[in-house]
Ligand binder design. Structure first.
Ligand code: AMP
Length: 665
């Protein structure tokens, strides 16, 4: 009989898809085969769901850290194809696996990659160079991930980066004109598909020729001048076209944030915005026109309503199915406008569709279309099986791995990056306004104009008359209505806190007035229980008083990606007890709080059954209780996660009240 044997299959594999990258995590096999040398091998198959056949993935897929001989129970695959079904088989192997005639033991995971922006342009060549112009050509990116709609070429004189010019081209060649002789210019190119822009290429430097050389070769330049003039005329036409067509966008942006509009003009150059700009439906004289520009009209007969799943401000929200001619039937959510609406209510209701219809991103709720030609008026969106994120997290308290939580946060940040790139400021970002589907993909929802805040039960009137969800809103937006993407970043920090604390209410039962005062005085929410230090630091960064010091959404996405790629960076947790005991040292003790004894406190939170254990183990005063850590609770035999949370949260809350809330920054 063999002394040892191959291991059994790895268990509980979970996947996290981020555009064209997939992160896999699993638990070691139940049976290691009696050996200590277990490692893992990842097999990758690309599957065609219609034909039901799978092929090997091929060499373009990269495995981080590696495909074979993995010691850790996680791996990341990057450079996969967009919109493709993959099956990954995670096999546990040991030193005798190769000797075994038995079947391979593996767990398989099926995933579908998302839409992704094109990879960078890598190959750029110079063409004709004159004293005032440089021609370039380049090759399509290695992974276009879709049909390339156009390229954007950014260039500037070396060391003068603040003043740059952007031109767009459908071809893979351009000529930059109007350059200075004998000067070095830096060029960067990026491609755009329906998924948006890819990242810019690395910098390519080319130098125009000096006047003297140019003069001697002027004869041979005549054809080039002719081409340059033509390109110049085309460029001028593009610029004028942009200025005319951009007026409406410009106005809408100006309405959202006048500071951003100025950025299009810098040192006399015109900077064309990188991504499509959000158009405020208010800028349309006829709101019906806006709806029909951005949303598809759906025949009511294509929709089957199944059940009511929620209540919106304007009427019921239902789940159902949408079957458009020639398309697969889809599960959908249907928002209805209740009967007896006013014209303004109809306009506001459809306003959300006019906004949503402008967005196309995997982390933004997708609009299927609207029904306006028959009654009831409806907005039809993709169906999100798990509903709103706050309710979902409360229902599944403590059930997810940190990586899963960070995956949710990454999705929300990616959606917000897209919105901020489009120039759209959400103003009501909160876990209740995020929807989550059965794959745990989070999508930003609840778009509206002024009505966003009207319909939010969390929104309260401020002294200046506006209605604002105080706990989620940046101080400058509360104080003087300065809503920007930076104030959305503040709200994002609060959403991070909600997610890591599984739907806890920010600032618990403190009143709105106390929250405003504490935040103004520099106090911040304490770290949620069991929170990785890196995540809490990111929250604190989002809550910087100075709004320009807060991270941008693209930085937040990169930071979360880094954490997902390197899960060990999430292992260091914030040591809540040491932080809170420091605060206690400064601010007094729990002994002077609301409860006279440990028994009274535990009874009040319905945990009276533990009174005896606490007393027997030396936690007989509220001061002693203040030092309790999660480990202590486990040691005392409080093993139920729900009870641990109840006790720790209550302690946290008492300490928070004690120091008027929060952590001084
Ligand atoms: P809202 O009016 O957008 O706040 O929607 C009210 C409630 O309906 C939400 O809190 C969700 O529970 C539910 N809901 C809205 N849209 C969807 C959707 N696309 N999929 C699933 N549930 C939804």
């Amino acid at each position: 009989m063999a002394c040892t044997r191959p291991p059994s299959a790895p268990r509980n594999a979970i996947s996290n898809v981020n555009e064209t990258s997939v992160f896999l995590e699993w638990i070691p096999p139940a049976d290691t085969g009696g050996r200590k040398d277990v490692s893992y091998y990842i097999a990758c198959k690309k599957c065609n769901s219609h034909a039901g056949v799978c092929d090997e993935c091929g060499g373009h897929v990269r495995y981080l850290p590696r495909q074979i001989g993995l010691k850790n129970t996680s791996v990341m695959m990057v450079d996969l194809l967009a919109h493709t079904n993959y099956t990954f088989e995670i096999e546990a192997v040991n030193g005798v696996s190769d000797l075994s005639p038995g079947a391979r033991q593996y767990v398989s995971v099926n995933v579908t990659t998302n839409q992704a922006a094109p990879s960078p342009v890598t190959n750029v060549k110079k063409g004709k160079i004159a004293k005032n112009s440089i021609s370039l050509s380049w090759q399509e990116p290695d992974r276009p991930n879709g049909i390339i709609l156009e390229y954007e070429i950014k260039y500037f004189e070396k060391d003068q980066e603040t003043s740059y010019t952007i031109i767009k081209s459908k071809e893979t060649t351009i000529t930059a004109e109007g350059l200075k002789p004998a000067s070095v210019y830096v060029f960067q190119i990026r491609a755009r598909t329906a998924a948006g822009y890819g990242v810019f290429s690395r910098r390519f430097e080319f130098e125009t020729i000096p006047v003297s050389v140019a003069a001697s070769s002027d004869q041979s330049q005549i054809p080039i001048i002719a081409v340059s003039v033509t390109v110049g005329v085309i460029l001028l036409a593009v610029v004028i076209g942009f200025l005319l067509s951009g007026r409406r966008c410009g106005y809408s942006k100006a309405k959202q944030d006048p500071e951003e509009e100025k950025m299009h003009f810098h040192n006399g150059h015109i900077k064309l915005p990188g991504v499509r700009t959000y158009i405020d439906p208010h800028t349309y004289e006829d709101p019906n026109q806006a709806v029909h520009e951005f949303a598809k009209e759906i025949e009511a007969s294509c929709i089957t309503i199944e059940r009511v799943i929620g209540a919106g401000e304007f009427g019921e929200v239902c789940s159902g199915r949408l079957k458009l001619p020639g398309k697969r039937e889809l599960p959908v959510a249907i928002k209805t406008l209740k009967v007896g609406y006013t014209e303004k209510q109809r306009r506001d209701f459809l306003g959300e569709a006019s906004i949503m219809g402008q967005f196309d991103h995997p982390n933004i709720i997708h609009l299927e279309g609207v029904v306006t030609k028959s009654k009831p008026v409806m907005i039809v969106t993709e169906y999100m099986e798990n509903g709103s994120l706050d309710t979902f997290l409360k229902k599944n308290d403590g059930q997810f791995t940190v990586i899963q939580l960070v995956g949710m946060l990454r999705g929300i940040a990616a959606g917000m990056k897209y919105l901020s790139d489009m120039g759209y400021v959400h103003r009501d970002l909160a876990a209740r306004n995020i929807l989550i589907n059965s794959n745990l993909v989070c999508k930003v929802s609840d778009f509206g104009l002024s009505r966003v805040l009207e319909d939010d039960p969390e929104a309260a009137y401020t002294t200046r008359g506006g209605k604002i969800p105080i706990r989620w809103t940046a101080p400058e937006a509360i104080a003087f209505r300065k809503f920007t993407s930076a104030s959305d970043v503040w709200s994002y920090g609060i959403v991070m806190w909600e997610v890591v604390s599984y739907g806890e209410r920010p600032y618990w039962e403190m009143t709105n007035q106390d929250v405003i005062k504490a935040v103004e005085e520099g106090y911040r929410l304490p770290s949620p229980m069991d929170c990785p230090a890196a995540l809490y630091q990111l929250m604190l960064d989002c809550w910087q008083k100075e709004r320009n010091s807060r991270p941008k959404f693209d930085e937040i996405v990169s930071m979360l990606d880094k954490l997902i790629r390197n899960p060990s960076s999430l292992k260091t947790l914030v040591n809540a007890s040491s932080r809170v005991s420091n605060l206690l040292a400064e601010h007094g003790s729990l002994g002077s709080g609301a409860y006279r004894s440990v028994g009274e406190w535990l009874e009040a939170i319905k945990m009276g059954r533990y009174t005896e254990i606490f007393m027997e183990n030396g936690y007989s005063s509220m001061d002693a209780v203040a030092q309790v850590t999660l480990e202590d609770l486990r040691r005392l035999g409080v093993t139920l996660v729900g009870h641990q949370k109840k006790i720790m949260n209550s302690l946290q809350e008492m300490k928070v009240q004690l120091v008027n809330g929060m952590v001084p920054l």
